[in-house]
Design a protein around this ligand. Structure first.
Ligand code: GLN
Length: 195
């Protein structure tokens, strides 16, 4: 278990991630500036608007230092807009990004806000000995998909043959929003990654 998980709190669904982590009894901290990163062992980047978050990370001079922490091994989990910010390449966009995940992402791949949906997703990595591993309730809101991955990237789940959950070592990313459900298994998986 990490000592303290930071949740990037510049914009988006950060409160919901904090609530999910608190249910797992891990200390959390809202990260609004670089100084909040002191003593943080892992970072969650929430859903929201990736262009806005990228701009704020740039304006607050956080993009380079946070990237350096991740490159030095700090575990990170990005959901939705957070996934977009982690990717090396964003289709048809030069927006600011961390670029630590060797993947190509397509934004808004399922259409507009009205095309948001929930689906039950098979996530075999969430299986634990002696526990059922029912499908995960995955909420997609103007969600991205991953359209290309490098050799180090493991695809954890797909929708219509497109990757929506991936892991590259200590970097975890999902197109959907586990923090909007009562199901803690994905956050638990991330905390185990941090161990
Ligand atoms: N479409 C948003 C973006 O491109 C992501 C949506 C979300 O995080 N729910 O940043």
């Amino acid at each position: 278990m990490p000592g303290c998980v930071g949740v990037l709190a510049l914009q988006g669904a950060f409160r919901e991630h904090i609530a999910s982590l608190e249910r797992l009894r891990v200390p959390t901290r809202e990260v609004r500036g670089l100084k909040d990163m002191d003593g943080v062992d892992a970072l969650v980047i929430p859903g929201g608007e990736s262009t806005t978050m990228g701009k704020l990370l740039t304006d607050w001079e956080m993009l380079g230092p946070v990237r350096a922490r991740i490159e030095a091994g700090m575990p990170v989990y990005g959901s939705c807009a957070g996934l977009i910010l982690l990717c090396r390449e964003i289709e048809n966009s030069s927006q600011p990004r961390l670029g630590v995940l060797d993947a190509v992402v397509r934004r808004n791949a399922f259409g507009r806000q009205v095309d948001s949906f929930e689906t039950m997703l098979d996530l075999p990595v969430l299986a634990r000995p002696g526990e059922d591993n029912p499908p995960f309730p995955a909420v997609f809101i103007r969600a991205p998909v991953i359209v290309g991955v490098g050799p180090q990237v493991e695809v954890l789940a797909e929708v219509d043959g497109q990757a929506v959950a991936v892991r590259q070592g200590h970097v975890l990313a999902t197109s959907f929003h586990p923090e909007l459900t009562a199901d803690s298994r994905l956050h638990r998986y991330f905390l185990e990654m941090c161990a």
